[in-house]
Design a protein around this ligand. Structure first.
Ligand SMILES: *[C@@H]1O[C@H](CO)[C@@H](O)[C@H](O)[C@H]1NC(C)=O
Ligand SMILES: *[C@@H]1O[C@H](CO)[C@@H](O)[C@H](O)[C@H]1NC(C)=O
Length: 407
């Protein structure tokens, strides 16, 4: 499984072809009263396992992005802790494809509520980005987290083009529901495979604004970290990192470079796939995202051992918990948690997962078939072109830091 190794956060590509602007017709301008009423319905009042009060409001729910097929994207939105009216709005996207922004962005990285090891209680993350911005976590595309489609074939046809289109529709409709954010400075940030989502959505917004001669979304800038940008160079960098950190042998490093040269992160050849398995085996139980910290083991005995060890070095372990994903998986599957977040029982996945490996694995397999059967928007191997278009459209691009800002 190519994506369970260490690249899962990364992967795929394609070109940004015709960007439709058929969106306008499906957007029904909501009245202010409707908006306020819907905001009230989305407001989260009691988060289970929260034993402290917070001085910011938060909201969760769905925005329908396609009425016809019944596609709806799930969001969780946090107002800034102080003076939200003066703070920008930031959209956060995790990658995969298939990984949840609620699981990683919110519960493990930049969000205010992190989950304790009991899987039942939450604590306040003092470094939450809602100290400085209003943050909107989006689970995208459909099939990820609580986002769903009532047309099952949608789940087999996820791709960058539709992800960008649906995300743009989501934003336009979300701003109808939260009109107080309409003129607000807007930023998009994300990591890993969002190295595709972020510039592609930025481009869609720029195009939409241009086509409608307005500033429906006041996009100021975007930022990507650990971004999947260009399959060739991403592979090269990944192999060099593994080798230089002593995680794989010289021989494996050489063979990876030969067999996976110019391979897509999603369209692995079987030879490259086998070599990645060898590399994975050599690397052993090391977390490639954090090679000097303990990794989380699913093994009961190992977990116990780790827990024991953590007890002894409690100072360190309080700060670094390698198993946060596991706690999220317990917490967000609790019926009372789903209820508090307004998850529709009839649309909820039978099991909420931090990353939907299987679904995307299907797509990976699908992509191994002859080119003609690939989803048409899974074609390009590099995002350089999209970046260069954005750059030409007045965008500052900081290559070294993988950060780009619109002037
Ligand atoms: C999907 O179907 C469920 C069950 O019929 C319904 O409650 C929900 O509103 C539908 N979602 C959309 C976006 O149409
Ligand atoms: C998990 O435990 C089993 C025995 O219960 C052992 O054979 C296996 O090697 C362990 N896996 C890891 C990753 O430690």
């Amino acid at each position: 499984m190519a994506d369970t190794r260490w690249g899962f956060g990364l992967m795929t590509f394609f070109t940004f072809i015709s960007f439709y602007l058929s969106l306008g017709s499906c957007l029904i301008a909501a009245s202010l009263e409707d908006s306020i009423a819907q905001q009230k319905l989305d407001k989260v009042h009691n988060l289970p396992g929260q034993s402290f009060t917070v001085d910011f409001a938060h909201y969760a729910g769905y925005v329908t992005v396609n009425e016809h097929s019944g596609r709806a994207l799930f969001y969780w939105f946090f107002e800034a802790a102080k003076d939200p009216d003066s703070k920008p709005l930031l959209l956060w996207l995790n990658g995969g494809p298939g990984c949840s922004s609620v699981a990683y962005g919110e519960a493990e990285e930049i969000g205010p509520f992190h989950i304790r090891p009991d899987g039942k209680t939450v604590y306040l993350n003092p470094y939450s980005w809602n100290q400085v911005a209003n943050i909107l976590f989006l689970e995208s595309p459909v099939g990820v987290g609580f986002s769903y489609s009532n047309t099952s074939s949608d789940l087999l046809n996820n791709g960058d083009k539709r992800t960008a289109k649906d995300s743009l529709t989501f934003l336009l409709k979300w701003l109808e529901r939260f009109p107080q954010y309409k003129e607000r400075d807007f930023y998009i940030a994300g990591e890993s495979y969002a190295g595709h989502y972020v510039p592609q959505l930025s481009q869609a917004i720029v195009r939409y604004n241009k086509a409608t001669n307005g500033k429906a979304i006041n996009l100021k800038g975007y930022m990507v970290g650990n971004a999947l940008t260009d399959d060739y160079h991403d592979h090269l960098g990944q192999f060099q990192f593994m080798w230089s950190a002593g995680l794989i042998s010289d021989e494996t490093y050489k063979l990876l470079n030969v067999l996976c040269d110019f391979e897509s992160f999603i369209h692995f050849s079987s030879a490259c796939n086998e070599m990645m398995d060898v590399a994975s085996e050599e690397m052993g139980n090391i977390d490639p995202y954090s090679i000097f910290t303990p990794s989380c083991s699913a093994n009961a005995s190992q977990t116990k051992w780790l827990l024991k060890r953590r007890h002894m070095v409690s100072q360190l372990s309080e700060k670094y918990d390698p198993c946060t994903e596991k706690h999220s998986e317990v917490y967000f599957n609790l019926p009372e948690v789903q209820k508090s977040l307004h998850v529709l029982p009839e649309a909820a996945p039978s099991k909420w997962e931090t990353c939907r490996y299987v679904r995307y694995f299907c797509i990976l397999k699908f992509c191994h078939l002859p080119t003609v059967t690939r989803p048409p928007d899974h074609l390009a191997l590099s995002l350089y072109e999209t970046y260069s278009i954005l750059f030409k459209g007045c965008i500052k691009y900081f290559d070294a830091a993988s950060i780009a800002l619109i002037k």
